[in-house]
Design a protein around this ligand. Structure first.
Ligand SMILES: [Zn+2]
Length: 151
């Protein structure tokens, strides 16, 4: 199990992911890893320390959701706007078997909801309200990332 978790962390980093769920590497286990540290795929996002979640459970702490862009290592070269709860409670075990219980907000909450969905057989496409924002990365970089016009 420890070796498997190490391999997951290595894979996440190798592909510049901010998170990875076990079923993305073909293991039917309730394990997800996440970390954000100067990630070229997600520039200007708050940092998230390396976290291992085993058997995670999430509870929304408000009904408020926010739409923002997501991509996925399992769905290469696409981005889309996905609604996610802004504030969630996360209960899980860490890799040492210690109980975790914390609140995650905004981008941190988004990453955890994305990985939690993987563990339950869903990808972000299943969560999109409509597919009109679904874009290839090249188009996304050209149009969605450009600075706002002055006029
Ligand atoms: Zn994903």
């Amino acid at each position: 199990m420890q070796k498997f978790i190490d391999d997951m962390i290595e894979t996440m980093k190798e592909y510049d992911g901010v998170g990875l769920a076990a079923d993305q590497v073909h293991e039917s286990k309730q394990v997800a890893v996440l970390e954000v540290a100067d990630n070229p795929r997600y520039p200007n996002k708050p940092q998230i320390p390396l976290t291992v979640l085993i058997n995670p459970k999430i509870t929304p702490l408000s009904t408020e959701t926010e739409d923002d862009w997501e991509g996925c290592l399992s769905i290469p070269d696409l981005r889309g706007k996905v609604p996610r709860y802004r504030r969630i409670r996360v209960e899980a075990w860490d890799r040492g078997g210690k109980a975790l219980d914390f609140v995650a907000n905004d981008f941190h909450a988004r990453v955890i909801q994305h990985e939690y969905d993987h563990l339950n057989g869903k990808v972000y496409l299943d969560r999109m309200r409509d597919l009109s924002t679904l874009s290839f990365l090249q188009e996304f970089a050209r149009y969605a990332m450009r600075p706002p016009r002055d006029d």
